[in-house]
Design a protein around this ligand. Structure first.
Ligand code: UDX
Length: 437
């Protein structure tokens, strides 16, 4: 089904992707945002979010007249069949999700929503939010539907247009179907359910993904203990289709704007509802413990002998929470950097996504605009983000720059044999040069 009138409130990473992709699917979309600067830039197809394909879709939508950006939220919803709420739901006090933005917009649109319009919670929201928004709207003719996004940063357009599944939840199945119909052009399994199941499916997905990563990181530590190669172990279990080998790369811990927020929000929901979920708590605690353990490895290799890193300068490669993005929100690289700093280290960091837009991290580290500047007078190097360009650095030259020719490759990014030939000691996760073969 095409040419439905859709409003999207909020043009962040979820809202802009949703608006541009729904326009690409043939619908007429009005995106509203309270930030006039953002609206003006989007009207010129100037997209600040680093998402492959998104600027092109925005430009196509504007040129076709199917996509429009406004500041006037009430005006945007006044003739919409379906209204998507793509608003920030940050981690609030104690870990619960903060719904202030959702509540404010519900107040704004209550009286202008067309008769029998459908309101959709697209951003990740706690179980029960569809009911809360319905109560806030106080419009018995309007149905609130949960349609969670399963978008990965750096792959958002691809994930939206090629979803593994579409989940739509509402007590009123006809309203849920109206939302599902928006995606009719997409060939993906549809899960039509109630709102609470749809909301919980989102949290359960991110919890399971975080659990997989904590499993991989714990497994890596076990491999180090037994001189096993974690890559081979993961390949060895991954052929079992019940396990799979995706999303099992050991790293500096998991982070980003979603997994930490969603796992903590789910833990809060469990605590408040009296449901014991020890696996969830262990997943979160394992992530913190894993980062501590990695820092102890750097201390063991670089400390002047008193268990601290005082006077030790370290070169950090990568600060973004993963390659392909400039997003530092809950970045594991920053978590590791804070732990190294707390032991006294002096940190110089290079990240290809941060060479222009320099965030102010001066209380933690110095950002430099080339890897070489990070290596100057450094005791050792720590790789924290899996930027592929780090593979192509002149590692042969690096050996002469570092005080101790050691590279802590906490993404298992590099070829151990190449570093060995360059007289560098490669310190990976869950594998060593000897076993890497
Ligand atoms: C995640 C979910 O993947 C996505 O489905 C959901 O909609 C939003 O949250 P995103 O936050 O973009 O997406 O990050 P993701 O790609 O999942 O990575 C999360 C963290 O795990 C990153 O720090 C990444 O470096 C780390 N990671 C990921 C690993 O350490 N190893 C892996 O194999 C994969």
């Amino acid at each position: 089904m095409r040419d439905r009138h859709v409003a999207v409130i909020g043009t962040g990473y979820v809202g802009l992707t949703t608006g541009a992709c729904l326009a690409a699917l043939g619908h007429r979309v009005v995106c509203a945002d309270a930030d006039p600067y953002k609206v003006e830039r989007l009207r010129r197809a100037e997209v600040d979010i680093l998402e492959p394909g998104l600027p092109e879709l925005v430009r196509e939508g504007l040129d076709s007249g199917r996509l429009e950006f406004v500041q006037d939220t009430p005006g945007a919803v006044s003739d919409a069949d379906v209204v998507f709420l793509c608003l920030p739901t940050p981690m609030g006090v104690g870990g619960a999700a903060d719904l202030a933005a959702v509540e404010a917009v519900a107040d704004e649109i209550r009286t202008v929503l067309p008769y029998e319009a459908v309101v959709v919670n697209k951003s990740t929201v706690p179980v029960g939010t569809a009911e809360r928004v319905a109560a806030l709207l106080g419009r018995p003719d309007v149905t609130v539907v949960s349609n969670p996004e399963f978008l990965r940063e750096g792959h958002a357009v691809r994930d939206f247009l090629n979803p593994d599944r579409i989940v739509v939840g509402a007590a009123d199945r006809a309203a849920a179907q109206r939302v599902a119909d928006l995606y009719a052009e997409l060939d993906a399994p549809l899960v039509l359910t109630d709102a609470a199941s749809a909301e919980l499916a989102k949290y359960a997905a991110n919890f399971f993904l975080a659990m997989k990563l904590s499993f991989a990181n714990n497994l890596a530590t076990l491999c180090e203990r037994f001189d096993a190669d974690v890559n081979d172990v993961i390949t060895g279990i991954g052929h079992d289709p019940r396990i799979g080998d995706a999303f099992l790369n050991p790293g500096p811990g998991w982070g980003g704007s979603c997994l930490p927020k969603d796992t903590h929000a789910l833990l809060t929901v469990c605590e408040e509802s009296g449901v014991e979920f020890p696996l969830l708590r262990a997943t979160i605690e394992t992530n913190v413990e894993h980062q501590r353990r990695l820092v102890e490895r750097v201390v063991a290799g670089c400390s002047p002998g008193d268990g601290s890193l005082h006077g030790v300068r370290l070169a950090l490669l990568g600060l973004s929470f993963k390659a392909g993005t400039s997003d530092l929100r809950d970045s594991p690289a920053l978590a590791i950097a804070r732990l190294l700093k707390a032991r006294g280290a002096e940190l110089y960091a290079y990240d290809p996504a941060l060479s222009e837009t320099r965030p102010d991290l001066s209380d933690l580290l110095t950002i430099v605009d080339t890897p070489e500047k990070a290596f100057e007078q450094a005791r050792a190097c720590v790789i924290l983000t899996e930027w592929p360009q780090f593979r192509d650095l002149d590692w042969e030259a690096v050996a002469g720059l570092l005080e101790t020719p050691v590279v802590y490759d906490f993404r298992n990014l590099l070829d151990p044999a190449r570093l060995h030939r360059a007289a560098l000691s490669w310190e990976g996760i869950g594998r060593s040069f000897a076993m890497a073969g």
